[in-house]
Design a binder for this molecule. Structure first.
Ligand code: NOJ
Length: 763
């Protein structure tokens, strides 16, 4: 398995936020081609390239018939999204190529977020694999499917760091940590774009989003304001976007939120000074959906004003607002923008199309034969099943409740047990919600003859029907049962009476996370909780199979339920994968990419926090005049990096090659890890570092390396991390990227809490 010491290997190139990248080598042939093309384009046609409408419907062929077709003919459209299927895409491309004056091909985008028709686990779950090779391969698989279906551009990866599980879009990113998020961002860009040459017809352009800080929305309410100091931004939030840029991502999507009082969509500091001048990004920037027109509500002008501001800030493509298309020509006439600015944006869009090879062959993407062969193929599904199983996190397993015995009767209860339409999870637009197996079906399929699986729903998603309606949009129904709560519960109690063990499939529906799915209460909803209590009262062993798109507050469950397996939303093959893990055919190895708080009041709660001047002594709950709460301790329910296995791993003491280093040397830190249990299994060995004294305050620990290893029962392995001067750098008060001599603590362990510690010095 792949070792990640991203900082150690790549910090040289990632290190300088404040320096422009050395001059990009221009492709002279491309420049000439585009110069020539642009010399023939009218202003209206140039502005047209900046326009990205949504077709808005996957199935009706609207683009061909609506006024979008007319716009395409007039050269008023640069690309389209939300259109699916080779035939449709080719039809529309034909309009652009054959019926518009200059025949400029369109770029076709889509939210290919976690797989195409073969849906992989939601991104947060993918992050829980801590396996960048797997994540890259999943992105590759998605690119193969999407490109064969005509898609050349995906609005992924989403790399927004977030520390607030109230925010529904927690599900779409890689969690709370910049280092892990950066490694995943790189892996995904590589998976989609390959070697960045787009020489093959299965390499599609990635779009890193949402630039920037979207995950820091105040109060976890979607689309809300963010406000953050530069030092926090640079040290904690920007790293994954930068990692994607370093990996050569072709495009960037501006976020909805404001930064320093200016929406990202029109934020010149963000889109030009930081992204282009400091980071050297040379692709194009697209707004988010109606990101331009939303600036009217943000209160910074009318459509003409905000469109001009966006262009001036460095935004190149307008998703859906029709602000560029509708107003830039007027602004040009009135001297509010320059032709040069339009040319710059237009050139960037044309360059993307050129790089993708669309001028050579506008139909390069989309091949019925390959689509038929690859999309939702048995190979892709088998891989998705493996990935799903790798993403599950075993949170608790008292008395080895899991794995389940392969005999007897299992009562499966809960509203998520028979929830086919929910298995793919949020943001799986290309996937068919009717294709996945339900958990009950998956269990039956994997169980074998000696097991009897019986099912009773036991409760709806929530008592309140209107809540359930809001949480099951886009056809992702849970088939609400109109029987009384009592009837439902009694049915489950009767089923439990016949069983040896109870599997309770509870938690969130797919659409309880994702866009515009913020929550203030992160408990398992009321009636589901009652069901769980009733199941526990039977005295039978209970396994909680937790479906969730975010960290939830399961403090009560942790206290009372003997075994908890967090399965997130595992995609198309989630059901057999859950069965694989429950029956022990696969040993769970997922680790949390985000802290699980004890209650909502602790939020934001994250492992790499600052110490404060009045830290609470370790192991204490409350001390007067210390930084703590009266009613709950400071510790999380489950720390970042946490996850159990059916086996156990023992960590030896850390061996350092030297107790000191300087800026011209490096040291290695090794630890022996032994599988001391009865099962073969994988472990994610995690390296954390703390800078003990700095010119500015430093976090209590920061992830700086990880390696996922496989150990047979009884086997040991030495895991070695390289500590380089680069790895010890951070942004100081002047935003210079430096390390500072002094004492450091190095920690290695199986999660951010349970670590071995040793000191070393940077001289
Ligand atoms: C809005 C979302 O914020 C973004 O993530 C997505 O890519 C666009 N809509 C396009 O669907």
């Amino acid at each position: 398995m792949k070792k990640i010491i991203l900082g150690a290997l790549c910090f040289c190139s990632l290190s300088i936020f404040a320096q422009p990248k050395s001059t990009t080598v221009r492709d002279e042939k491309m420049d000439k081609f585009i110069d020539n093309l642009m010399s023939k384009m009218t202003i209206e046609e140039k502005i047209g390239q900046l326009n990205l409408p949504s077709v808005g419907d996957f199935t009706t062929g609207q683009a061909k018939n609506s006024n979008i077709a007319e716009k395409i003919k007039k050269g008023q459209v640069g690309g389209l999204f939300n259109i699916k299927g080779v035939a449709k895409i080719k039809d529309v491309q034909r309009i652009a190529v054959e019926e518009s004056r200059l025949g400029i091909p369109l770029i076709f985008g889509m939210d290919v977020i976690h797989g195409y028709e073969t849906a992989f686990p939601i991104p947060l779950a993918m992050a829980a694999t801590w396996n960048t090779a797997t994540i890259e391969q999943a992105a590759r698989t998605a690119a193969v499917e999407a490109s064969s279906d005509g898609i050349s551009w995906t609005f992924s990866p989403m790399v927004d760091i977030t520390r607030d599980p109230r925010w529904g879009r927690f599900s779409e990113g890689s969690g709370e940590d910049p280092f892990l998020g950066g490694a995943i961002a790189k892996a995904m860009v590589k998976g989609y774009q390959g070697d960045n040459t787009y020489s093959r017809n299965d390499q599609i352009m990635a779009c890193v989003k949402h630039f920037a800080l979207y995950g820091a929305a105040e109060a976890g309410r979607d689309y809300n304001t963010t406000d953050m100091s530069r030092i926090r931004m640079y040290n904690e939030y920007l790293y994954p976007y930068k990692a994607a840029v370093e990996a050569g991502v072709g495009s960037v999507m501006a976020s909805f939120n404001e930064i320093d009082g200016v929406p990202a969509t029109a934020n010149k500091w963000l889109l030009t000074d930081l992204l282009r001048k400091q980071w050297g990004f040379d692709g194009f920037v697209v707004s988010d959906y109606t990101g331009i027109s939303e600036m009217i509500a943000h209160g910074i002008g009318d459509l003409q004003q905000v469109s001009a501001r966006a262009l001036d800030a460095g935004l190149d493509m307008d998703m859906v607002s029709e602000g560029f298309n509708g107003t830039l020509a007027k602004s040009l006439k009135e001297g509010k923008i320059t032709e040069e600015q339009i040319n710059t944006a237009c050139r960037r869009i044309l360059e993307a199309k050129y790089k993708l090879g669309l001028f050579k062959d506008p139909y390069k993407f989309g091949n019925e034969k390959i689509a038929k062969e690859k999309i939702f193929s048995p190979e892709h599904r088998a891989f998705a099943r493996k990935v799903a199983a790798e993403s599950f996190v075993l949170l608790k397993n008292d008395n080895n409740t899991l794995p389940l015995a392969k005999k007897g009767t299992i009562a499966v209860v809960g509203p998520l047990a028979d929830a086919r339409e929910n298995m793919n999870g949020t943001w799986s637009v290309a996937a068919d919600i009717n294709k996945p197996s339900t958990l009950v079906e998956g269990l039956k399929q994997v169980a074998g003859k000696n097991i009897n699986v019986i099912f009773a729903k036991g409760s709806n998603l929530a008592k309140d029907k209107s809540f359930e309606d809001r949480a099951t949009l886009f056809g992702k129904t849970l088939h609400r049962d109109n029987r009384s709560e009592e009837e439902l519960l009694n049915e489950a109690i009767n089923a439990a009476a016949k069983a040896d063990i109870i599997v309770a499939a509870l938690g969130e529906s797919a659409e309880m996370s994702g866009e515009c799915s913020s929550r203030t209460d992160l408990n398992i909803p009321d009636v589901q909780h009652q069901l769980l209590e009733a199941m526990l009262k039977t005295g039978k062993p209970v396994v909680l199979v937790l479906f969730t798109g975010r960290p939830v507050t399961i403090t009560w469950e942790d206290k009372h339920v003997p075994a908890i397996l967090n399965v997130w939303f595992g995609g198309t093959e989630a059901a057999p994968a859950i069965a694989d893990v429950l029956f022990g055919n696969v040993n769970p190895s997922g680790k949390l990419p985000a802290t699980f708080p004890k209650n909502v009041g602790q939020i934001p709660l994250f492992y790499n926090h600052k110490n404060t001047g009045r830290p609470l002594a370790e192991g204490h709950w409350f001390e007067k005049f210390r930084s703590n709460y009266l009613d709950v301790d400071n510790d999380p329910l489950y720390p970042f990096g946490y996850g159990l296995s059916y086996t156990t791993f023992q960590y030896g003491d850390i061996q350092l090659s030297s107790s000191s280093m300087n800026n011209n040397s490096e040291i290695t830190a090794s630890v022996k890890v032994t599988n001391t249990g009865k099962y073969d299994g994988s472990e994610v060995v995690q390296l954390y570092i703390r800078d003990m004294v700095g010119s500015v305050t430093r976090p209590v620990k920061e992830l700086k390396g990880f390696e996922k290893i496989f150990l047979k029962a009884g086997e040991s392995k030495d895991v070695t991390f390289k500590i380089t001067p680069e790895l010890l750098k951070f942004y100081n008060a002047d935003l210079e990227y430096v390390n500072e001599p002094g004492d450091f603590q190095l920690m290695i362990g199986s999660n951010s809490r349970d670590v071995k510690t040793i000191g070393f010095e940077l001289k």
